[in-house]
Design a protein around this ligand. Structure first.
Ligand code: GLC
Length: 458
């Protein structure tokens, strides 16, 4: 059983203990997805070409007073107070077309909405439970359908987040002791087992879980299902192989993230850029500030430069960035978040050629920075965060460099330096980067090569 840290871990003011525990959690739950049998593997092309997605955490917690679901699980807020936040979940100004316009402007190619978080509150009008936006909040309607339609109208692929575990469901017994073992902690039925497992209740819960997923699959046909909350039980208990087969039968092209207890299609590291990329397709999910959902107190936003850095670090290792925003209960995205997304869009549009549809670049031994290659492998994109006074050095490229230029800018001077033709050593390509040609967030230099790239191995 995976050990889970004391959460919420998304608030910096909780200090280092939470951070350490959060780090501990990454190891197990974010292990790379098992490679599924080839016949079962979906075509991942749109996903691996997409590079940037927007994650949206929206639910009863979007009033901004406590963390998503973890607030009651951890005993920071009584359950009744937490769930009463549904009364202010109005979705009054919810216009998913505006979200779609904004996400597209940011350069995102897919978006993932929390259809149901660990608290069990569904954003669609599920027939399986009254705890949903239509029946239990002033929003009074299905919110998932309009989201899917608005994204698709802008050409954005649709992902739906779904928490396997459901701490509100009477048949779901939490087995995770989140906070200590005092008598008070033991009374918290949302985080402490209140008795032995009840197999009949578990069967009922699995039927409910499958029925909700069937609704989602049949009504919304998501391109991607982004699961979470698999850690309290084993793959056997969840019957993950069976669930995987069922999902693929409902949605033959669907892509599944790794939180299927190993039965997903791609790896899902969270909040920390992997130093060594996971094997196979992967995506880093990251908050725009320190919280998944809207938190009124959290203004610790990442700078556009930092986000560009994350995005290019991921892309250069063949991964995507799933950047999370937290709209408010009324359905609006805060001006701070909107500003960041639009400024990010300036960079992604300028540098689109280096981002979408590219693959991981050359190893850092050859260029001290991230890089990407086009699919033909004859164009190399060098990312430069801080302009080097002596120019960009690229070692060991055997190909003739036909042309060097800045994306969204002009041609750059380049020359070969310190080659040893008699020893078959191509030397170093130096590209001059004048200050005026540099981008304030990150400059991308394009090297057009004669033929697919060939690197020296010595
Ligand atoms: C974690 C948290 C959850 C958050 C998710 C996003 O698993 O439990 O609150 O929604 O990460 O990746």
């Amino acid at each position: 059983m995976t050990q889970h840290p004391t959460l919420p871990r998304t608030f910096p003011w909780l200090g280092l203990a939470a951070l350490a525990l959060a780090t501990a959690r990454l190891g197990a739950a974010d292990a790379p997805a098992l490679a599924p049998p080839a016949a079962d593997r979906p075509d991942m092309t749109w996903f691996t070409d997409a590079r940037l997605g927007i994650f949206i955490h929206w639910g009863v917690y979007s009033e901004g007073k406590g963390s998503e679901s973890w607030a009651f699980h951890n005993g920071d807020m009584p359950y009744d107070t937490y769930i009463a936040q549904a009364k202010t979940f109005t979705a009054e100004y919810y216009q998913p077309e505006r979200w779609a316009e904004l996400f597209k402007a940011a350069g995102a190619r897919y978006a993932v909405l929390t259809s149901k978080h660990h608290d069990g509150f569904a954003l669609w009008d599920t027939a399986q439970s009254k705890l949903n936006a239509k029946d239990a909040s002033p929003a009074g309607r299905d919110l998932v359908g309009p989201f899917c339609a608005a994204m698709r109208a802008e050409g954005i692929k649709v992902g739906l987040y779904f928490s396997h575990l459901d701490w509100s469901h009477p048949d779901y017994a939490s087995v995770l002791n989140a906070k200590g073992t005092s008598d008070e902690d033991r009374k918290n039925r949302f985080s402490y087992p209140q008795g032995p497992e009840n197999p009949a209740a578990w069967e009922r819960f699995l039927a409910f879980h499958r029925a909700q997923l069937k609704e989602i699959a049949e009504r919304y046909h998501p391109d991607l299902l982004w699961f979470d909350g698999d850690w309290e039980r084993s793959a056997e208990q969840w019957r993950m192989p069976e669930l995987r087969r069922q999902l693929k039968a409902w949605l033959p092209h669907v892509i599944l993230n790794s939180r299927m207890a190993g039965y997903g299609d791609y790896a899902t590291p969270e909040q920390a850029l992997p130093v060594h990329p996971p094997a196979g397709p992967w995506e880093l999910c990251m908050t725009i500030n320190d919280s998944w959902g809207y938190q009124a107190k959290d203004h610790n936003f990442k700078s556009v430069r930092q986000i560009v850095r994350l995005l290019t670090e991921c892309a250069s290792q063949g991964g995507n960035l799933l950047l999370d925003v937290g709209p408010r209960s009324d359905g609006t995205i805060t001006p701070e978040e909107e500003k960041i997304l639009r400024e990010l869009g300036r960079w992604t549009h300028r540098n689109a050629e280096a981002l979408y549809g590219t693959t991981a670049g050359i190893p850092k031994d050859y260029y001290y920075g991230p890089s990407m290659l086009n699919k033909a492998r004859d164009t190399l994109y060098l990312v430069c965060y801080d302009r080097p006074a002596d120019g960009l050095y690229v070692k060991g490229v055997r190909n003739i460099v036909k042309r060097a230029s800045v994306l969204g800018g002009g041609e750059l001077a380049q020359r070969r330096f310190m080659g040893a033709a008699w020893a078959s050593q191509p030397g170093i390509v130096i590209v001059d980067l004048p200050a005026a040609a540099a981008d304030p967030d990150a400059t991308v230099v394009r090297l057009e090569l004669q033929g697919p790239i060939e690197l020296t191995t010595d």
